[in-house]
Design a protein around this ligand. Structure first.
Ligand code: CUA
Length: 213
């Protein structure tokens, strides 16, 4: 989970999140290189004394600074597209969890495993155990196996919610009247915390998600 002064992404707990972190670092590196180059050029312009009264066009340089950024964009677009399609790939899930967003709590159904159904509410601060995490712990956690493909079906009963768990690289909107699908593979044991990330009303901040694996 995220703690104080943690500005980057959380440590991944799934192969897809690992790939997302690699892509983030890759894109950031390109961004930093462009920012430094453009920043340097703009800064050096302040100290330019040369004037060329006959300079009206430059075919070659125009060609270079049009094609070069296009090629750089390809280096971001192609890995991005690869990831996008990889995220939606479903391969033989062994468990399916259905999560339904309500104002303001999540409820869960294990439709193909003993038909378990339960609600998951945030634990209020005044009822929190001394080792509990404020605004993040819930009364009933989701229990899921590690090292297995897990399918998640997300929907909502009232307004749009979003089932989001950063460590697993999952963020799916729950929309009334629709059933969205995603999948993940947890590759280490632990507790994974998430929060709703659609602005869904007064208590939007108070409907966290906890997975115990
Ligand atoms: Cu549910 Cu925000």
């Amino acid at each position: 989970m995220s703690t104080w002064a943690n500005l980057g992404l959380q440590d991944s707990a799934s192969p897809l999140m690992e790939q997302l972190i690699f892509f983030h670092d890759h894109a950031l590196l390109i961004l930093v290189m462009i920012t430094i180059l453009v920043g340097y050029l703009m800064f050096m312009l302040f100290f330019n004394n040369y004037v060329n009264r006959f300079l009206l066009h430059g075919q070659l340089i125009e060609m270079i600074w049009t094609i070069l950024p296009a090629i750089i964009l390809l280096f971001i677009a192609l890995p991005s597209l690869r990831l996008l399609y990889l995220l939606d790939e479903i391969n033989e899930p062994s468990v399916t969890l259905k999560s339904i967003g309500h104002q303001w709590y999540w409820s869960y159904e294990y439709s193909d495993f003993n038909n378990i159904e339960f609600d998951s509410y945030m634990i209020p601060t005044n009822e929190l155990a001394t080792d509990g995490f404020r605004l993040l712990d819930v009364d009933n956690r989701i229990i899921l196996p590690m090292n297995s493909q897990i399918r998640i079906l997300v929907t909502a009963a009232d307004v749009i919610h979003s089932w989001t768990i950063p460590a697993l690289g999952v963020k799916v909107d729950g929309t009334p009247g629709r059933l969205n699908q995603t999948n993940f593979f947890i590759n280490r044991p632990g507790l994974f915390y998430g929060q709703c990330s659609e602005i869904c009303g007064a208590n939007h901040s108070f409907m966290p998600i906890v997975i115990e694996s």
